[in-house]
Design a protein. Structure first.
Length: 112
C-alpha cells in the first residue's frame, strides 16, 4: 500500500493503527517517534512553495509547549524537546532538566 514510505513511516502508521487501545501510541508518544526526528534537527528547513525560486524557510516554532502539555508524559520530555529548543522554554520558566509536572488535580480541566 505504501510503496515509497520509509520503514519509520510504516512503523509509525502501524503503531497508530494498533487495534488494542492500551498498545496504541498516544499523541505524545507519536511525536517522539523517530519518524519525526528531522523536525527536531535544528538545521531542518522547509521549501517555500509560494516562491518559484525554491526559497527555503525556517520551521515554525514546534516546541513551545505549555507546562500542561509537558506534564502529560514528562518521562518523554527529554526526547520530545530537542536541545536547541530548550532555551526558549527556560525563558518561559520551563526547564526540562528540573521540570516538575502538574499534579493530577492541576491537570483536570476546569470550566469556571
Amino acid at each position: 500500500v505504501f510503496r515509497k514510505a520509509s520503514s519509520e513511516a510504516i512503523d509509525l502508521i502501524s503503531r497508530l493503527l494498533e487495534y488494542t487501545p492500551t498498545q496504541r501510541l498516544s499523541a505524545v508518544e507519536a511525536m517522539c517517534h523517530p519518524f519525526f526526528d528531522d523536525l527536531r534537527d535544528p538545521n531542518t528547513r522547509l521549501p517555500d512553495s509560494r516562491h518559484a525560486n525554491g526559497a527555503i524557510r525556517d520551521l515554525p516554532n514546534l516546541f513551545d509547549f505549555s507546562r500542561h502539555e509537558l506534564s502529560i508524559a514528562p518521562e518523554l520530555n527529554q526526547r520530545l524537546v530537542p536541545p536547541h529548543a530548550r532555551p526558549a522554554l527556560i525563558a518561559r520558566g520551563l526547564d526540562i532538566d528540573s521540570f516538575v509536572p502538574l499534579t493530577k488535580d492541576e491537570m483536570m480541566a476546569r470550566l469556571d
